[in-house]
Ligand binder design. Sequence first.
Ligand code: HEM
Length: 351
Amino acid sequence: MRVLRDLEFWVDPSKSTEDDLFRRMQAERTERDPSMLSLDDPEHKRLRNLVSGTFTPRAVLAWQPVVEQVAAELLDAVEGKEEFDLVDALANPLPAIAIARLLGVDDSQQADFKRWSEDSVTAGFNMFATEEEKAAADRAQESLEACFRAEIQKRRESPSDDLIGKMVSANEDGDQLTEREIVTMGNLLLVAGNVTTSDLIGNGMKALLERPDQYAKLTHQPDLLPNAIEEMLRFDPPVTQSGRIAPKDVEIGGVLIRQGQGITTVVAAANRDPSVYPNPDEFDIEREDTHHQSFGGGAHLCLGAHLARLEAREAIGALIRRYPNLRPSDRGFTYKRVPGFRGLSEYWVRT
Ligand code: HEM
């Protein structure tokens, strides 16, 4: 927490030492331009301020009916089935559809959108990505860029109040975002907000269904859902680590960190600190102190945290209402393999 919240620490990889992990990660990235995630102030603040209004708790609440509707439609599609893959049916498509609607991308592009964002994440943040994965990420980035440019062009001809429209009109007010910056921002929102939220829904449901008493409790007391979601985030976070670069020589936990050295902050470990949480390895939807580090902290605190929570509430809320007896199926589950991220590519459940 100390490292993440310290506003003096950097994230810009060009400020890290040559051999540092930050530099090596950046060299592997397919991202064309740095996004706010890897920029320090003042550039970071400028970019973040331009879109932050869309992600406040109040602004996000306006999306509730849309997300609720999407969750219902997705579950209607598996209605009557004895078993289904929860990731494929709900966790994967829901955030992609939500973010596409928020940005204002045409509904017909949503399947492509999801695939492009998955391909980007698989290689974009993964220094162990194979050549094949990197090539797929490159292609995905090109397609995304073309899609965003077309959407921007449409907004120039006919303004709209979706997020791309807002970014374009901010641009046309004089200062503000260039076309390149809008493309980078759209890309970031898609990549940062998509797989992560799918993984929250998947990991959270797995934690619940493996503990039938907890699932039953939630179906009887659905008002526990917001607390349950915080506990899911604490217990099995979709992003297991973030990081910062030391702006000067500093000592942390008795270790000297030299200026320019990167620090990996393993939020998944902090979330289970036994000096903070009683029985940290226990998953308890009624836990009193569910605060966690899963959205990072300080200047780069996850911009989409409220949206992610809303999506998880709507997805999991719809499941507990429709399927009070839901349980894991013998067909099991599979984890994805992207270092720093943790989520399921398949999770079969019985109704
Ligand atoms: C459960 C889902 C999510 C998790 C676990 C998550 C996690 C994170 C983490 C760990 C960071 C880095 C924070 C730091 O280093 O201090 C981050 C940053 C960010 N996230 Fe999320 N995120 C999620 C969903 C979303 C969504 C839905 C969006 C937007 C649609 C989003 C947009 C962003 C952006 C733009 C940043 C960069 C913020 C900055 O650099 O100022 N995230 N997120």
